[in-house]
Write a protein that binds this ligand. Structure first.
Ligand code: DWN
Length: 411
């Protein structure tokens, strides 16, 4: 898969080079009931690279309305560690000096208000923009003023008319979901005060390649960003990187800090990380072709490990019905004959079945009583928090399987 395709880069308009093919995939968060199995939606998930914009992206993506709606299954508040992370994020913004007199803070994709509530509780002028109506309702109930809309350049003009320009534009795990990101960046430029600062974070391409965490690719993640690709994208609207802050969340993320060209000095982190990325080859097609081979190897290793355990008669469950697990289960062909059920604490997922491979999702209490021989840690990005919580399971002989950074049974 290395010839240019008819698919075009969403940033530069150049033809994409396809590098990965995951076959037919359902919606990552499309947990469903048996009566919905026969009309389940699938799309051909392929991933390509554009050497011009340096953007790594899905070729095809389902419509946003199909993915983000009134039954969206992911609530940010399910992890205590993430709640602490967002408090730290809010404190960093507050102490960064970008919030001037009577500041206005906007967050794109504020989910249940996990970040914005730290501004709301101080009575700060704020606005959340969240397309999934059910999570937007939770945010409003928490005192976070939220409108349920998709953010666009047109909406940005409307917000400026009603609220004025913003001192801070924030987003966490959102920007990489938006296929029309060029329009969003245009909106950010309109919305941002001359002294305003953009701060957003997303899973980081450099970590995905280093850890073979290919499960960060699913319908919702249309892009996996690097600093190189973000630099290219925002330069189209005369916005520039002023800082880069690597994060440990979601298995390795990057916080991108940007402002209008020339408004702030550039921190040394920018030059340092851009040059690390060139050394890692994030600007070269060959790097992504090598990644595709790592992904194929990881698939074989996971299939072999699970088949071997099944041959020994072991009981295997999944832990965390993550969006990421949808890619692994469908790509590796793992169904309920291998993984009996997936434990998850999110009520909206419980009693449903995993997208595509139809493994039952059970409440956490089921896992606590059942104690399977092995648990596949699909929520591997929360490993530290989960292993601390599950000391009892581990001490009673339960074993953990992870596929990141390599397929293994944890010692
Ligand atoms: O970008 C996105 C990220 C931020 O969140 C979205 N596209 C969708 C979602 O991705 P995900 O589902 O892969 O995220 P998580 O945070 O890895 O999901 C964790 C899942 O595991 C949740 O369903 C909750 C569950 N969980 C659990 O059952 N017990 C989580 C923890 C920490 C636990 O102890």
């Amino acid at each position: 898969m290395s010839n240019r395709s008819t698919w075009k880069c969403r940033i530069s308009g150049e033809p994409l080079f396809p590098v990965l093919d995951f076959g037919l995939q359902p919606l990552g968060n499309g947990f469903l009931l048996p009566e919905q199995f026969d009309k389940e939606y699938f799309f051909h998930m392929q991933v390509g690279f554009d050497p011009e914009s340096k953007m790594f992206q899905l070729l095809e993506q389902p419509n946003p309305e199909q993915m983000f709606h009134e039954n969206y299954a992911f609530f940010s508040g399910t992890s205590r560690f993430m709640a602490a992370h967002f408090e730290e994020f809010a404190n960093r913004v507050k102490s960064s000096g970008c919030l001037k007199t009577d500041p206005f803070v906007v967050e794109l994709g504020c989910n249940d208000g996990i970040l914005l509530r730290h501004f709301a509780k101080e009575g700060m002028h704020h606005l959340g923009v969240e397309p999934s109506r059910n999570v937007a309702t939770v945010a409003n109930e928490q005192g976070v003023s939220t409108i349920s809309e998709f953010f666009t350049a047109e909406l940005a003009e409307q917000i400026v008319k009603e609220h004025g320009q913003a001192d801070a534009f924030l987003a966490a795990n959102v920007m990489c979901h938006i296929p029309t990101i060029r329009n969003v960046v245009k909106g950010i430029k309109t919305l941002l005060k001359p002294t305003g600062v953009v701060q957003f974070e997303d899973p980081y391409l450099g970590d995905v390649l280093r850890k073979t965490s290919y499960d960060q690719l699913y319908d919702e993640h249309v892009f996996l960003f690097s600093a190189l690709s973000i630099q290219y994208l925002f330069a189209l609207e005369d916005l520039e990187l002023i800082d880069l802050q690597p994060q440990g969340t979601h298995g390795g993320s990057m916080r991108y800090v940007l402002a209008h060209q020339g408004a702030y000095p550039q921190q040394p982190s920018v030059a340092a990380i851009l040059s690390e990325e060139k050394a890692q080859g994030l600007d070269r097609l060959e790097t992504f072709q090598a990644f595709a081979q790592q992904v194929a190897r990881s698939k074989t290793e996971l299939q072999e490990l699970l088949s071997d355990l099944k041959r020994q008669g072991k009981k295997i469950a999944g832990y965390g019905a993550t969006s990421k697990s949808t890619t692994i289960l469908n790509y590796c062909g793992i169904g309920p004959d291998v993984v009996d059920y997936i434990s998850d604490t999110t009520p909206i997922k419980q009693g449903k079945y995993s997208p595509g491979t139809h493994i039952p999702v059970q409440p956490y209490e089921h896992f606590q009583q059942d104690r399977p021989d092995y648990a596949v840690l699909f929520a591997w990005n929360h490993q530290q928090e989960i292993l601390a919580k599950e000391l009892g399971y581990t001490q009673s002989g339960g074993q953990w399987i992870v596929h990141v950074p390599q397929v293994q049974i944890l010692k």
